[in-house]
Design a protein around this ligand. Structure first.
Ligand code: NAD
Length: 241
């Protein structure tokens, strides 16, 4: 039994046409992160923040999963003997639309909104405004996106999984956003023999990785998935055996 965890960041969706975060100037789609990705930014100018995420949500139907997303779905389907999990920092839905089902969005999802006060959340593809009210308690709704200074989702579930991980792949993440940047180290500390792979055309230089594939995800992943299935799941994926 071999357990695999895949961490993805904005880089895997870059070839689908969604710009990465720190692409050139540290701005997110021409906005300072403080304006659109912090609780203080929302408090100061909620109209701007709603508009920003409305724009991101509206572009979702114009982008498609790429060969990287599809290769990970194929890996999930073939990974029968051992745990499989994709942990994504992305708020887009391209993993799911590419066919993956075991996906945890630690930074929330663009197609979800939540109440600023109670536990109510809902899925939507519609625009929201400062007047979008919670149907349960009538207080305002906000994008269900984890902003800087807020606690990422699912960490209590993910941490024990990292302790039992044999293969960890970090794809398209700059490693500058905590706590995901610490996941590879957590795997290494729990399991010194773990295979820890980075896919990034501009590698991070982190010494935790024992293999670095300096290629775009869309070309690297189809090859790596073939290799991993052949090495770790041969009997399960060969009908002759
Ligand atoms: P980042 O923007 O900080 O870094 C992106 C990384 O991807 C870089 O290291 C870059 O070299 C690499 N990259 C670029 N093209 C690639 C490719 N074709 N294949 C593989 N790697 C490639 O991204 P981050 O580390 O994910 O942190 C940014 C934060 O911003 C995330 O937490 C996320 O919530 C948010 N964000 C999300 C999206 C999205 O949902 N698609 C887009 C932008 C930002």
């Amino acid at each position: 039994m071999v357990n695999i965890v895949i961490l993805t960041g904005a880089g895997i969706s870059a070839e689908s046409g969604i710009p990465t975060f720190r692409a050139s100037d540290g701005l997110w789609e021409n906005h300072r992160v403080e304006e659109v990705a912090t609780p203080a930014g929302f408090k100061k100018n909620p109209e701007l923040v709603h508009r920003f995420y409305n724009e991101r949500r509206a572009t979702m139907h114009t982008v498609q999963p790429n060969e990287g997303h599809k290769a990970l779905a194929r890996l999930e389907q073939g990974w029968r003997d051992g745990g499989f999990l994709i942990v994504t920092q992305n708020i887009d839905d391209l993993h799911e639309r590419g066919g993956a089902t075991q996906v945890m969005h630690i930074h929330g999802e663009i197609n979800k909104i939540k109440c600023v006060s109670c536990v109510h959340e809902e899925t939507t593809t519609a625009d929201t405004t400062v007047d979008t009210a919670c149907p349960k308690c009538t207080l305002p709704m906000r994008p269900d996106v984890v902003w800087f200074g807020e606690m990422p989702y699912y960490l209590d579930v993910i941490e024990p999984i990292l302790d039992r991980t044999d293969v960890f792949i970090s794809i398209g993440t700059s490693g500058q956003v905590m706590p995901a940047s610490l996941f590879a180290t957590a795997v290494r500390m729990a399991n010194p023999d773990a295979e820890i792979i980075e896919i990034n055309p501009n590698p991070t230089g982190e010494s935790t990785f024992n293999r670095v594939i300096a290629e775009p995800a869309s070309t690297a992943l189809p090859k790596l998935v073939d290799e991993l299935l052949a090495r770790y799941q041969p009997a399960k994926n060969n009908p002759q055996e």
